[in-house]
Design a binder for this molecule. Structure first.
Ligand SMILES: Nc1ncnc2c1ncn2[C@@H]1O[C@H](COP(=O)(O)OP(=O)(O)O)[C@@H](O)[C@H]1O
Ligand SMILES: [Mg+2]
Length: 322
């Protein structure tokens, strides 16, 4: 859906390029989180996609076409843009804010009203919000409107620049959850900028890590974590912290119980930590372990079980503590 080929950008008068030789692809329906410290070039990369900035070298393809060959309005129509603090127009009502792009596209009043109603429902705001102004909404509600506005003309791609960055932790979590739900329903292709590793791990199909304009790693959360490309990545994603979490959880809590032993699998005690299990899995090159209590087989532990735990630690809460 999107393809960067050796893309670089150097601002006029800047001593060094802000982005250097970035090459990566984003598949249809994929949610990619662009992660990195402040100033590393995340926003710049995002703005290249809808041509708010132009690359000074390299090419960007959208649906196989060089974006330079696509008329700007046609390109932007297919890309919803969501920014921090929503960026709503203060003098316009919520309904007018949401309908900005449909209005530009010449939709009728009836069509716009129907779409506004549909979108408010989608982002879980009551229809009463239509006539309010942005200043009369909480930060989280404004962000919901920002998302509704970006979705209004049903774009294929969503560009989201730290959309939940200014919200409190609880509101941020609930909006992340809703974004995931929307994503399951609509399968947009999403580029989502964040500097929050937890947010990245929670949302991303793949994470793209930038450091000083260089793409340093691009992979699934699991790959980023278990095969960090450099000490920079390890520190950024807190590989140590995740390993710490895995060392306080026992194999017993996530294994699948079965009393029929599987021959030839490496064996591990049910009270061993997930960290020890992970280490044994990686060392043995197997994807499963036989879980034992003394000489008795009591279950199977799969790599996927460990993966599921750290991708969604909350899922553990429903299991009995050991
Ligand atoms: N329009 C611009 N002109 C000149 N320099 C810019 C411009 N936009 C961003 N930069 C510089 O590019 C670097 C990356 O900025 P940015 O992409 O906003 O970082 P991030 O979003 O990762 O915090 C920064 O050093 C910033 O000062
Ligand atoms: Mg930024």
């Amino acid at each position: 859906m999107l393809q960067f080929d050796q893309v670089s950008l150097r601002f006029p008068d800047a001593p060094a390029p802000t982005l250097r030789n970035c090459t990566f692809e984003v598949d249809i329906g994929e949610l990619v989180v662009i992660l990195g410290p402040s100033g590393c070039g995340k926003t710049t990369l995002l703005k290249l996609v809808n041509r708010l900035y132009e690359a000074t070298a390299g090419q960007i393809f959208f649906n196989g076409k060089d974006i330079q060959t696509i008329p700007l309005t046609a390109l932007r129509r297919q890309m919803g843009y969501v920014i921090q603090q929503a960026g709503l127009f203060p003098h316009m009502t919520i309904a007018q804010n949401i309908a900005v792009v449909p209005k530009l596209l010449g939709w009728s009043k009836t069509e716009m009203a129907a779409r506004v109603e549909e979108l408010l429902d989608l982002v879980q705001l009551s229809p009463d919000f239509r006539q309010r102004y942005p200043s009369q909404l909480s930060g989280g509600q404004q962000q919901r409107v920002g998302l509704a506005r970006a979705l209004a003309a049903n774009p294929a791609v969503l560009l989201m620049d730290e959309p939940f960055g200014a919200l409190d932790a609880i509101t941020r979590k609930s909006l992340q959850g809703e974004l995931l739900k929307l994503q399951q329903q609509f399968h947009k292709t999403i580029l989502f900028v964040s500097h929050d590793i937890e947010e990245a791990l929670r949302l991303a199909d793949r994470i793209l890590i930038l450091n000083q304009g260089h793409l340093v790693q691009y992979g699934t959360p699991w790959q980023i974590l278990t095969q960090s490309a450099s000490p920079f990545v390890e520190e950024l994603v807190g590989t140590e912290d995740v390993l710490k979490q895995l060392s306080v959880l026992s194999v017993e809590r996530v294994m699948v119980t079965t009393t029929s032993p599987v021959p030839h699998l490496p064996k591990i005690d049910c009270h061993a930590s997930l960290r020890a299990a992970l280490s044994l899995l990686l060392k043995s090159g197997q994807s499963q372990l036989q879980v034992m209590t003394g000489e008795t087989a009591v279950g199977i532990l799969d790599l996927n079980h460990i993966q599921a735990v750290w991708q969604d630690p909350a899922g553990l809460d429903t299991r009995p503590l050991v």
